[in-house]
Ligand binder design. Structure first.
Ligand SMILES: [Zn+2]
Length: 276
């Protein structure tokens, strides 16, 4: 699958925002969370050398549990780095910390270049270089779009909300503006029932695809992950193919939480009424 350059940037921003939200959720009582930012064209051995020096310097950490946790995080980062022969085109951001167990986060397809090589240790992940890569949230613009969406949906029918109605309008080329919540994290499953009805549904990421009743005839339908499975990428690819200007909307906007909770965080302003 290839997306147009603008849509690809949007996809990268959407992924970055989700990882940022995940990283922001963690805070530890001691300084054990390690964030590594690597600019493009940095030789991998240089990063490995830096991690080795940080590992040695951890000898100066007085508290033994913190020292152990930091070293475990640095070792996990060094292991992870072996997957790279070269640094990706916009650089690399790695984060690691021992929470219940050692965990590593990777961002290697970034919307903008990483400015400098930094290894930082703190009670929180140092996400400021990541935030700098995201366009500023625009709650006023997003609130206006969502107000328009709800008004038109209840009024002349030139808007839809929810994954399935929005997907349907995308596939027939009726979408003028596609709205996706920044917080949308889900995969798309395709269900085929024995009567030949095909439906697309959002399912939680990294969970098995359960059997469902076909919404048309009620027969038991088997599901499989759609290609691409990730919901944001799936919707962006449809918008690329059939038309529709995509926008990520912030949950901080008025109606943003309602849009996310009640409508899957997916909706569209249409070129003409749906007729439903
Ligand atoms: Zn059916």
């Amino acid at each position: 699958m290839s997306l147009s350059p603008d849509t690809e940037t949007l996809r990268r921003v959407a992924r970055l925002r989700r990882v940022i939200a995940d990283l922001q959720a963690h805070e530890t009582p001691d300084e054990r969370l390690v964030t590594v930012t690597v600019p493009p064209e940095t030789p991998v051995h240089e990063i490995a050398g830096r991690l080795t020096r940080e590992y040695a310097a951890a000898a100066d950490i007085n508290t033994s549990t913190t020292q152990t946790a930091v070293r475990e995080a640095l070792a996990a980062l060094r292991d992870h780095l072996r997957e790279y022969d070269t640094v990706p085109v916009n650089g690399l951001v790695l984060a690691a910390g021992v929470l219940d167990e050692a965990r590593v986060w990777t961002l290697d397809v970034l919307p903008a270049s990483v400015p400098s090589l930094r290894v930082e240790r703190d009670q929180r992940f140092r996400i400021d270089p990541l935030l700098a890569m995201c366009p500023d949230p625009t709650p006023e613009r997003d609130a206006a779009l969502l107000a328009d969406l709800f008004a038109r949906r209840n009024g002349d029918g030139t808007a839809v909300a929810g994954f399935r109605p929005t997907r349907r309008e995308l596939t027939v080329g009726a979408v003028e503006q596609l709205l996706i919540s920044e917080r949308l994290v889900a995969d798309v499953a395709v269900y085929d029932c024995p009567e030949g009805h095909e439906t697309h549904t959002l399912i939680a990421s990294d969970e098995p695809t359960p059997d469902r009743d076909c919404p048309v005839c009620g027969a038991v339908a088997n599901g499989e992950r759609a290609e691409p499975a990730e919901a944001v990428t799936h919707l962006l690819a449809l918008a690329d193919r059939h038309g529709g200007d995509p926008t990520l909307v912030t949950p901080a906007a008025d109606c943003g939480e309602r849009f996310h909770a009640a409508f899957d965080g997916v909706g569209a302003l249409l070129r003409y009424p749906t007729g439903e």
